[in-house]
Design a binder for this molecule. Structure first.
Ligand SMILES: C=CC1=C(C)c2cc3[nH]c(cc4nc(cc5[nH]c(cc1n2)c(C)c5CCC(=O)O)C(CCC(=O)O)=C4C)c(C)c3C=C
Ligand SMILES: [Fe+2]
Ligand SMILES: [Fe+2]
Length: 369
């Protein structure tokens, strides 16, 4: 093992605190080659696909990547905006919002950055930049409310792996989940109630979560359980009776059985059973992305309408909603207990001097990236 080279530790150097909001990641462009690069990194993660490496290498490189890259690129093109991939721009906006919210709560010393597990800005690059800018306390905040080894667990892996070659490791803290956090449930409830104020209440509310292979549930992954708890709490907050809502799982990948019931066939069946007005919300996604904007709001909408459904509404993700940013700030605050809130006077002096010597930009790192 060789460790990364660092300048000698400066006596009395000022430590800073940082939060990294980490999301899944997304391609850099909606093109076949960029999607291929992204899918290759994503689907080579042993946390995501638990098949013996040698077997998977052939399936991935000879079947999945050649066929899926082009198909997925077309889907990405259908949701791309002037700001790029919605997942990335939404996560960046959340990081900026979180920085502002924490500032208002008196945490002037905190830096907030966003990073992606796959693609850019890459988690190792962001962690290295934070360290270079003097952060010696880092809170890793995954963008996933429900813990799964396939998502949250994989972010932890990438963090551990990065610091495996660092000599002077910062203090690390991790958010594990917030599927039952009051602020998160409140933000979801407000978003549904606002929607109903404008569009009226539907006959049924479908809560659609991203699926995982059923096998991972049997092998101890708590994800399924946490999704069901979120759904129960949201239903209670909305005072819904059991026959007014359903929990489903979307985005099945591959041939194996995934968590059931599957979203698309369930919605089609509801339409055939005579449901005319339906709302779908995706509480497991905190940012709108391909899986919500294309799969739910386009494909599943089509499945509903072509089976006799009349009125389909997709309720957007929390994205930058003020209630969600406030909840994120609460979640972060609950994990940084004991960290200094204010910059010590000596640090203010130092920042001033560094600003004068033109290094201010480097210290003002983070969300602006
Ligand atoms: C919200 C939690 C998520 C879980 C759990 C999850 C598991 C999981 N996903 C795949 C395969 C794919 N997912 C893809 C996109 C995608 N997945 C999530 C979130 C979770 N995935 C998000 C937010 C996104 C959207 C990314 C974006 O750029 O907008 C894709 C890529 C798109 C496609 O080609 O369909 C794949 C592939 C597996 C195998 C898995 C669990 C084992
Ligand atoms: Fe996924
Ligand atoms: Fe999908």
């Amino acid at each position: 093992m060789t460790f990364q080279k660092e300048p000698p530790h400066k006596h009395g150097a000022v430590g800073r605190s940082a939060i990294v909001l980490v999301n899944l990641g997304t391609p850099d462009e909606p093109t076949r080659s960029a999607v291929r690069r992204y899918l290759k990194q994503f689907l080579s993660d042993p946390r995501v696909v638990e098949i013996p490496r040698a077997v998977w290498w052939f399936i991935l490189n000879l079947i999945i990547l050649p066929f899926r890259s082009g198909q997925s690129a077309k889907k990405y093109a259908s949701i791309w905006t002037a700001e790029g991939s919605p997942l990335r721009s939404n996560t960046a906006a959340q990081a900026l919002g979180l920085r502002a919210a924490l500032g208002e709560r008196g945490h002037e010393e905190l830096t907030v950055a966003m990073a992606m597990r796959y693609g850019s800005p890459s988690l190792p690059d962001v962690l290295a930049k934070l360290k270079a800018d003097g952060a010696d306390r880092v809170l890793v905040l995954p963008a996933y409310p429900q813990y799964s080894g396939t998502t949250t667990g994989s972010i932890y892996d990438a963090v551990f792996q990065h610091y495996g070659s660092v000599r002077n490791i910062p203090e690390l803290r991790f958010v594990r989940n917030y599927h039952d956090h009051e602020g998160y449930i409140r933000a979801l409830r407000d978003s549904v109630l606002n929607h109903w104020e404008q569009h009226g209440q539907p006959e049924k509310l479908v809560m659609s979560f991203h699926g995982v292979p059923k096998r991972t549930l049997m092998l101890g992954d708590p994800y399924h359980c946490e999704c069901l708890k979120t759904a129960r709490l949201l239903a209670a907050a909305l005072k819904l009776k059991p026959d007014q809502y359903l929990v489903t799982f979307q985005s099945r990948f591959g041939k194996a059985e995934w968590l059931q019931p599957y979203t698309a066939p369930t919605v089609a069946q509801l339409a055939r059973d005579g449901v005319r007005k339906l709302d779908v919300i995706c509480p497991g996604f905190t940012s709108d992305c391909l899986e919500t904007l294309e799969e739910i709001s386009m494909e599943v909408r089509h499945d509903f309408e072509s089976n006799g459904g009349r009125e389909f509404h997709y309720i957007p993700c929390l994205n930058e909603s003020p209630a969600w940013i406030a909840a994120l700030a609460e979640i972060a605050e609950q994990h940084i207990i004991g960290w200094p809130t204010q910059l010590p006077p000596s640090a203010r002096e130092l920042l001033k001097k560094e600003a004068e010597s033109g290094r201010a930009k480097a210290l003002e790192l983070g969300a602006a990236d």
